[in-house]
Design a protein around this ligand. Structure first.
Ligand code: ADP
Ligand code: ASP
Ligand code: MG
Length: 416
């Protein structure tokens, strides 16, 4: 008997029919003698619908109030799933994040989990119940409801699994594992049986939304075995077969059987580029530009500073597209005049494409192959950033899919 956490995403919970299938699958695992905690997302489209309502009222809704409503989709899901389990004769109980409690900081819309109380959940499991906990939401010290950022149910699930010292966290979704790139963009992308934790971390941080990055961080910090698998198979398929399906995030680099140089291609449409022109080239300038941006809680990603000409330089960086306006306001508001910059220009129609693989450590020439492939397609590279196991480029968003397909082919990642 083991304690196992199941997470079901929006599509998997997308209709009452699908929820009944989730119940059948969960009941199968429980019947096999396991203790099961389920962390579902809101039904697909629901979180977008709710946030859309808020934006009809005001363009920049108060983040506390936004979290108050954005978190409700998950509350509907847990209740429906508990009912679906009860309807097939299982004891099940659902909890909102604050009832567990899943404590977070107060950064509304992107809160971080600080602690999870396992007492109530353990008592229910020991009493033979299946426990269902809302994904995506938590509660801060003052009792305010918070959410963990879009896609945050993955993080809820892995964090709950870590807090309960579960044997495994199974992330059920609408694809049957982690692929060399998004199979919706490249139809002959290949499913990976294993992906190293480091590669998954890079892919998630570079935009592969199959797992939210913080869930991968939790998996790494607690060495929680985490598997991505399909919720769209027959819910009554043999459990042994299901348990081995999908993609396992591995922590041992040498167990990485599919040792190719490049493991995958990630992309992110959610990028915007800002350039501060004519900045005096003196110590402290990067801090004077980026300090106020960080103070506004805006994450900066790629950064380049040009060679200075006659004591002046240009400073370019990227921010999430949703924070672009806010970042521009911060810079126009106080920074520009303070540092004596000539002007600030921006482009919110850029995308980042990255090649990822631990094999890069032992292979040379990956960057040149990447740049050659892009040049053959006539795609201009605007910015470049690298780490030991990834190379990212910023390009015009209209070439993003072309770049992903060309790189996927150039690095031989397609299904043979
Ligand atoms: P869920 O609602 O289950 O959380 P998401 O939509 O958040 O599902 O994540 C699953 C989606 O991630 C897939 O449908 C797929 O389009 C996308 N995706 C992006 N990159 C990858 C990848 N490398 N492998 C698999 N899926 C990917
Ligand atoms: N429902 C939330 C979202 O749409 C969380 C999740 O699905 O993981 O972002
Ligand atoms: Mg998701």
């Amino acid at each position: 008997m083991a304690l196992i956490v199941h997470k079901y995403g929006g599509t998997s919970m997308g209709s009452t029919e699908r929820i009944k299938n989730v119940a059948k699958r969960v009941a199968k695992w429980h019947d096999a003698g396991h203790q099961i905690v389920v962390v579902p997302s809101a039904m697909s489209g629901e979180t977008n619908r709710i946030i859309g309502l808020a934006k009809e009222i005001m363009a920049q809704p108060d983040p506390r109030e936004l979290d108050m409503i954005a978190s409700t989709g998950e509350q509907v899901s847990v209740g429906l799933l508990a009912m679906a389990l009860q309807a097939i004769g299982k004891q099940a109980v659902s909890y909102a994040g604050w009832q567990v409690a899943i404590k977070t900081d107060s950064s509304y819309t992107k809160a971080r989990i600080a602690s999870i109380d396992d007492a109530k959940v353990k008592a229910d499991l020991d009493a033979g119940k299946i426990v269902i906990i809302t994904g995506f939401q938590g509660v801060d010290e003052q009792g305010n409801i918070t959410t963990l950022g879009r896609g945050g149910s993955d993080t809820s699930a892995v964090a709950v699994a870590a807090a309960l010292k579960a044997q495994e966290c199974l992330i059920y979704t609408d694809v049957d594992g982690v692929y060399t790139t998004d199979p919706r963009v490249v139809s002959d992308a290949r499913r990976l049986n294993t992906v190293t934790f480091e590669e998954m971390l890079e892919m998630a941080s570079l935009g592969s939304k199959v797992l939210q990055i913080r869930s991968v961080e939790f998996a790494g910090n607690y060495r929680m075995p985490t598997r991505v698998l399909s919720s769209l198979t027959d819910p009554l398929m043999p459990l042994e077969e299901e348990a081995k399906s999908g993609t396992l995030i591995s922590f041992e680099e040498d167990t990485h059987m599919e040792q190719a140089t490049i493991t995958g291609i990630a992309f992110n449409r959610d990028e915007a580029k800002i350039t501060v022109l004519g900045v005096p080239d003196r110590p402290g300038i990067a801090y004077q530009i980026l300090g106020p941006v960080a103070d506004a809680n805006i994450e900066v990603d790629m950064i380049i500073q040009n060679q200075s000409v006659e004591g002046k330089t240009d400073f370019t960086f990227t921010v999430p597209r949703g924070e672009y306006q806010k970042a521009m306001e911060v810079l126009e508001g106080s920074v520009k005049a303070h540092i004596g910059a000539t002007s600030i220009v921006g482009d919110s129609k850029v995308s980042k494409v990255s090649v990822v693989g631990v094999g890069m450590r032992s292979h040379v020439g990956i960057a040149s192959q990447m740049f050659r492939t892009l040049s053959e397609e006539g795609i201009n590279i605007q910015m470049i950033s690298t780490s030991e196991i990834k190379i990212s480029v910023l390009i015009d968003e209209k070439y993003m899919e072309l770049a992903v397909r060309a790189l996927h082919k150039a690095f031989g990642l397609e299904n043979s």
